[in-house]
Write a protein that binds this ligand. Structure first.
Ligand code: ATP
Ligand code: MEV
Ligand code: MG
Length: 435
């Protein structure tokens, strides 16, 4: 099908409002981040399928006849148009030597890979003889949609290998994207990958990973936001590990235990998302300061709600306290329980140096982190050709916290180090040549 190596890449995301409530059908607002996951595809030895996931320490290789036989075995245990069944996942675990109930990153990543590979090839084609490497700029399990970006890349690559979607990249082109129809199919399979990793995903993360940009998501309905103002958001990684699957299950339990208490909280989060959307769409491209107090209050109220749902963490409380002492407002983003928080930065008030100075209080010293880039390049870097180059945010070495500044539009206030999210700049799923 192709002669040169290909790279599929998908963005991570930040949820502004609506995490957890969106699982129960409420509205969420989310934007794509310019931190991406990259999947490299290379033709493999005939009859072998190899996968390497350096971010989670996986390196596996299987004979394709064995995978075909496994595929036949699990076909009877599930409906191909439906979600992965317990029986199918049990059979895949047994095949891969994964203990029942294992939820370590490597186990879930391998299971999602096997499920998607076999389910997609059963429906559209044959098990491919291919070499796959996935690496990411996103921290794993920190609320930035690493699982969804992984699932989106896998879905796109496997569907393309099986001929269910085109290979849109032509010689002479550097980057290509799939059609809306193809993206819809990719998104639906990425959702299934998320089901393997998350248990009960809403679908918002894979939607952002597929389409990029800024969007409103509710019960499977994806609506791009009409106008996205330039917002500066500070992204702070508490580095406290957590699992979205466990946090989502915990919220479900709480709702079942106290429905009369918890349902109004979910309704209130829904209202925050909707009000926030109205404010964002009413803001001009370069927003004046008057809208910020409202957005800040939304952050505060939602953060309290998320604590009520049981997905807070002392590290996130600390982020809120430290930023509040500088009159800034923060909330968790993604599943919570640690991971990342976001802080709204009103225009013109803080320079990167100013932010560095007050955030030292959070980390007790150095707060900026070396960011790993794994842009596709022709070098023979550590990740099998996806050469990880490095850059220092603001030139300051960092040990404890990772911080990204985000803006949503290229005409934002000067070159800001770190991540860019939202609107026109937010890149969607894409396909490139490796060299
Ligand atoms: N680069 C990667 N390679 C392979 N698997 C990955 C990669 N990144 C994430 N994963 C899989 O996704 C899991 C983390 O997903 P999880 O949903 O808990 O966190 P997240 O997606 O980063 O955060 P959130 O869901 O809150 O946005 C890991 O345990 C691993 O199985
Ligand atoms: C916590 C959650 O709402 C967002 C995780 O990024 C889960 C989901 O929507 O699938
Ligand atoms: Mg996830």
């Amino acid at each position: 099908m192709w002669t040169r190596e290909l790279v599929v890449s998908a963005p991570g995301k930040v949820i502004l409002h609506g995490e957890h409530a969106v699982v129960l059908g409420k509205v969420a607002l989310a934007v794509a981040l310019d931190l991406r996951t990259f999947l490299r595809l290379r033709p493999g030895a005939e009859g072998r399928l190899s996968v390497s996931l350096p971010g989670v320490g996986v390196r596996r290789s299987w004979d394709t006849p064995d995978l075909r036989a496994l595929r036949e075995r699990i076909a009877a245990d599930g409906d191909e148009s439906k979600s992965p069944s317990v029986e199918q996942l049990d059979a895949l675990r047994e095949f891969a030597g994964i203990a029942a109930g294992a939820s370590a990153p490597d186990s879930l990543a391998t299971l999602a890979f096997l499920y998607m590979c076999l389910a997609i090839s059963a429906k559209y084609g044959d098990v491919p003889s291919v070499d796959i490497v996935v690496c990411s700029e996103l921290p794993t399990g920190a609320g930035l949609g690493s699982s969804a970006a992984y699932a989106v890349c896998l879905a796109a690559a496997l569907l393309m290998l099986c001929g269910a979607i085109s290979c849109p990249l032509q010689e002479g082109e550097s980057t290509a994207r799939w059609t809306e129809e193809e993206l819809t199919l990719i998104n639906s399979w990425a959702f299934r990958g998320e089901q393997v990793i998350h248990g009960n995903p809403s679908g918002v993360d894979n939607a952002v990973g597929t389409w990029g940009g800024a969007l409103r998501y509710q019960a499977g309905k994806i609506t791009p936001l009409k106008r996205v103002p330039t917002l500066r958001i500070l992204l702070t990684n508490t580095k406290v590990p957590r699992s979205t699957k466990i946090l989502v299950a915990g919220v479900k339990e709480k709702i079942l235990k106290f429905p009369a208490i918890m349902n109004p909280v979910l309704d209130s989060i829904d209202a925050i998302s909707q009000e926030c959307q109205s404010v964002l769409e009413a803001m001009p491209a370069n927003p004046s300061a008057e809208h910020y107090p409202v957005l800040e209050e939304f952050f505060d109220i939602n953060q309290h709600h998320l604590n009520v749902l049981g997905v807070g963490h002392p590290s996130l409380d600390r982020l809120c306290q430290v930023t509040a002492s500088h009159s800034l407002h923060s909330k968790l983003t993604g599943a919570g329980g640690g991971g990342c928080g976001i802080t709204l930065l009103p225009p013109g008030q803080y320079s990167p140096l100013g932010i560095f100075l007050f955030l030292t209080a959070l980390g007790g010293g150095q707060v900026w982190e070396q960011r790993n880039h794994c842009q596709p390049c022709s070098g023979s870097g550590g990740m099998g050709g996806m050469c990880p180059s490095t850059a220092w945010h603001c030139g300051l070495q960092c040990v404890i916290q990772s911080v990204h500044l985000c803006v949503s539009a290229p005409e934002g206030t000067g070159p800001v180090p770190g991540a860019v999210f939202g609107g026109a700049m937010a890149p969607s799923l894409s396909l490139q040549w490796l060299s």
